[in-house]
Design a protein around this ligand. Structure first.
Ligand code: CA
Ligand code: CA
Length: 221
């Protein structure tokens, strides 16, 4: 009898394990649609606003905030499989008003982002030199070196810099990368290229490949 009792217990444990596995699998296939939040000073008045990101549909998210009592929101592409992440709170030009770096797609090695700015009334996408919404990549694994960084300007403000380089030979030791570092200034939500620096067979330790995203953080946010 005792022996049977042990088997029964083991079977029940096995069923419970199977059930909990079954509960995890659908959660991966359909990420939570619960909102995620962060805080940012969107209008630069010293008061933090709550910023919310929520998955609203197939590969669609809405980013929203209330600034001085006025609600603003914008729909952006999202990665339904990965779910939404709270936007990164940055100040890409150092003017005291936050820009939001928003995750749009998540790959095995590389994540793609776009950026939002607050124009005094609405959230809108930061655009590049060609008036196209900014898309910036981070990561790249070994085959590529991708990211962004901000650099303080003498006299105030910051430049926003993107790095996009590919490994010259992924079997080389040390690895070297070639590509481009692009230096931008941001004004009224539009980026202007200040310089384009060629990266030519440089090791990842070279400052020209530096891509420390934390340098773009909004102080105090
Ligand atoms: Ca504010
Ligand atoms: Ca700013």
């Amino acid at each position: 009898m005792k022996h049977t009792g042990i088997i029964r217990t083991a079977t029940i444990t096995g069923v419970a394990a199977a059930l909990s596995l079954a509960a995890i699998v659908p959660a991966l296939a359909a990420p939570s649609t619960d909102p995620v939040t962060t805080v940012a000073d969107l209008d630069g008045d010293g008061e933090l606003e709550t910023v919310t990101a929520q998955l609203t549909g197939d590969n669609d998210q809405v980013i929203s905030a209330t600034v001085n009592g006025t609600f603003t929101s914008i729909h952006l592409g999202a990665d339904s499989y990965a779910g939404v992440q709270a936007p990164r709170v940055t100040d890409l030009n150092g003017d005291g008003r936050a820009e939001l770096i928003v995750t749009q797609s998540v790959g095995a090695n590389t994540t793609f982002f776009t950026a939002l700015h607050y124009d005094g009334r609405n959230l809108s996408q930061v655009v590049d030199n060609d008036s196209k919404p900014l898309s910036v990549a981070e990561g790249g694994g070994i085959a590529a070196h991708l990211g962004y960084q901000c650099t303080p300007l003498e006299g105030g403000g910051r430049t926003f810099e993107t790095v996009a380089a590919e490994a010259d030979d992924i079997s080389a030791d040390p690895l070297t990368y070639s590509g481009t570092r692009t230096v931008y200034t941001l004004r009224d939500g539009a980026l202007t290229t200040q310089s384009t620096i060629a990266i030519d067979h440089r090791p990842v330790t070279d400052p020209v490949l530096s891509a420390d995203a934390t340098t773009c953080a909004q102080p105090g946010a």
